[in-house]
Write a protein that binds this ligand. Sequence first.
Ligand SMILES: Cc1ncc(COP(=O)(O)O)c(C=O)c1O
Length: 400
Amino acid sequence: MAAAGCLLSRLEEFFAMREVYLDNSATTQVLPEVAALMHKIHTGTYGNPSSPHRKGVEAEKVKRRARRTLADACSVKEGEIYFTSGGTEANNLAVMGVARRLRRRGLHLVTTQVEHPSVLYACRLLEQEGFTLTYLPVDRDGVVSPAVVAEAVRPDTLLVSVMHVNNEVGAIQPVAEIGGLIKKKNSGTLFHVDAVQSFGKLPVQPMLWQADLVTFSAHKLHGPKGIGALYKRQGVHLEPLFHGGGQEDGLRPGTENMAGIGGFAEAVRLAMASLPAHAATLSRLKESLLTGMLASIPDISCNSPKEGAPHILNVTVAGMRGEVLVHALEEEGVYLSTGSACHSRRPELSHVLLAMGRREKEVEAALRFSFSQINTEEELAYALEKLRVAVLSIRKATRR
Ligand SMILES: Cc1ncc(COP(=O)(O)O)c(C=O)c1O
């Protein structure tokens, strides 16, 4: 009897201490292999790649290898990858860099209403500098029509910026079709794709997409935070955001984040080595959580498109406030998000769900689950049960 009691309390302890992290679109855990390599760079190959001595040459080799890993992962040339401090900087550099460099050729840019704030805020800034922006609508699945993009392209359009996978709902934009139509309409218009949420999960193919610029970030694929990259097709010229040294061909001056660069490349190497297997795991996890939610929680609806990315599931639990559920689940060790993590601490309604035609009440009640290949079915079963109990008890309390 005493043994059974002891076992029960040990089980309770186990469940009480559980951590189920389902906010992988906000950021991911750094993999041990990545952390180990970063430690080696911090303590061993710590030279400045600009130094002419052996420590510098060693560091330069690390950087070159990393650049090659990224270039190979998306079938582009090594010299077309530029390291930045993350996706935000790469998006800013692409959008503002094109506009400021080419302003004598035109003043018009096109984007969508569902881009990440690092694109949208850069666009707003350009409007203040005298540029004209067109923000294209999306359908109920969050997808922009390629024909509508092509229609928006004018003779003076400098750039079109469309993300690959939306970070809030997982909508996949038809970037290959969009790229083809843009170039057909105006071969001088540049095409930028924010591939932060797709890199390492779906094939990223700048050449196939006819993209001139593509953004990447390490921390969404189990790499470190504060490191990203921009693919810039050879022959495209940008105005840098920073000024100083000649690093990254002067496009991104500043002493390189060497541990970040090495860690990024290791994370990419690991992701690319198992991309199809990971994508299959993510799809299975997403499908199983959605099926479980629809079966066990009344009045829940899915905001993510059926054909969306395998790792993002956005749902609305009618009558609830998303943030209340996020905090209730946090108490049980389950971590998820109400909307986009980059700005979810602010009580702003998701611009993505609003653009998808959801009503304010539906947007307030939205939750985003985002998966990694290191999540398990068992973790999802735990999260589902905790969500079910939280929803039922909140609904019961508010009915009183
Ligand atoms: C689609 C998208 N683009 C850009 C970013 C910004 O990347 P970073 O956090 O590396 O600045 C994010 C981050 O959430 C994102 O989801």
